[in-house]
Design a binder for this molecule. Structure first.
Ligand SMILES: Nc1ncnc2c1ncn2[C@@H]1O[C@H](COP(=O)(O)OP(=O)(O)OP(=O)(O)O)[C@@H](O)[C@H]1O
Ligand SMILES: [Mg+2]
Length: 341
């Protein structure tokens, strides 16, 4: 298998990767024929971003991706062969098109995830489990949109994955949105979930106005069984919540260039710190068995660095800003804007 060096504590799965194609145009004429000055191509997806981020600090974090076999060269072409483990499926990869106008707005057209056959999804689960086993990993990240089944149109079932990871004593960190987020938040099978404020609001079905509202919403997910909710709040940093604790972490303000992918950077930062700071027997385990305060401090550092870089993936994490941790967050602080369900 390509790129799979045994021994990574973290494996990722991106159930619906996409080929991001960016066209640079000097002057877009709507309804006209346009010529691109340049074209960029990148294999993208939330789990892939987490893998790339971890790679920067020497954690291999192999990323499992189902990919259409019509474009066999795509991994090499996009420089992804080292990090990703493809599960080849019949067909083509979905494409997300971005049109960047010089000194103008950016237009995006995203294809929905391609439906998968039940057999393909079963093969994705098998490859994920095999990769986790080979690496002796203790974390699996499942991130990004979920595809639906070709036949029924229902979202693919994550339960077999949760069951197999539980049997291996592997924790799952889940970052998804929409209907699957609402459903899986209530199942409580993920050890960690990383919603942003709007996603958390949609998961509990109510508007969140204050830090207290965020903590209460996150605790609702903990009551369903999620061990730790990482609620990311953009410039306001992140609130980490377990059944018994809540921490607010933030950095000093940074110069924002591109916020896309900041959430993925925070998850990579969190897991890098958690993997490298295991809890020794007898030490405080925060009721969950992993070092949430160190994790969340690192998460906001990586998030802050991500927004200062132009690409959606992290380029480097060499200069982390200082981060501040509050173990007793003020519940009355208003969110920058209310997060609507
Ligand atoms: N303006 C900002 N200044 C400093 N840090 C920021 C800023 N915006 C985001 N961050 C950092 O990035 C983290 C994640 O941002 P955000 O809450 O927007 O994630 P997200 O909506 O899940 O992003 P995406 O899904 O696009 O990756 C925040 O918790 C914070 O640490
Ligand atoms: Mg996000």
């Amino acid at each position: 298998m390509t790129g799979n060096k045994p021994g990574s504590p973290i494996v990722t799965l991106t159930p619906a990767p996409t080929l991001d194609r960016t066209y640079f145009v000097s002057n877009l004429v709507e309804g006209g024929v346009n010529r691109a000055d340049g074209v960029g191509e990148e294999l993208a997806g939330k789990g892939i971003n987490v893998s790339r981020g971890l790679h920067l600090v020497g954690i291999e974090a192999p990323g499992v991706v189902p990919i259409g076999n019509a474009d066999q060269n795509v991994l090499e072409r996009t420089g992804s062969a080292e990090i990703l483990l493809p599960l080849w499926i019949d067909g083509t990869l979905r494409v997300s098109t971005t049109i960047v106008e010089h000194n103008g707005p950016t237009t995006k057209i995203n294809e929905s995830p391609r439906p998968l056959s039940e057999e393909d999804w079963a093969a994705v689960i098998d490859l994920t489990e095999a990769t986790v086993r080979e690496n002796g990993a203790s974390w699996l990240v499942v991130a990004g949109a979920l595809p639906v089944y070709k036949g029924s149109g229902n979202y693919v079932d994550l339960q077999p994955l949760f069951d197999r990871m539980k049997a291996l004593n592997v924790r799952v960190a889940l970052d998804t949105s929409g209907e699957p987020l609402q459903y899986w938040a209530r199942q409580g099978a993920a050890a960690v979930m990383k919603p942003n404020a709007e996603e958390l609001a949609s998961a509990v079905g109510r508007t969140l106005n204050t830090t207290g509202d965020v903590i209460d919403a996150a605790r609702e997910l903990c009551a369903h069984g999620v061990q730790c909710v990482l609620a990311s709040l953009g410039a306001d940093g992140m609130i980490a919540v377990t059944k018994t604790h809540a921490w607010a972490a933030r950095t000093a303000p940074v110069k924002v260039i591109n916020t896309v992918g900041a959430g993925d950077a925070t998850l990579a930062g969190f897991l890098s710190a958690v993997a490298r700071n295991p809890i020794a027997p007898g030490d405080e385990d925060f009721g969950v068995g992993f070092n949430v305060p160190v994790g969340v401090r690192t998460a906001v550092q990586w998030g802050a660095v991500a927004v200062t870089q132009p690409t959606s993936g992290l380029t480097d994490v060499d200069h982390l800003p200082e981060s501040f941790l509050n173990e007793n967050p003020d519940r009355t602080v208003a969110l920058e804007e209310p997060a609507k369900a």
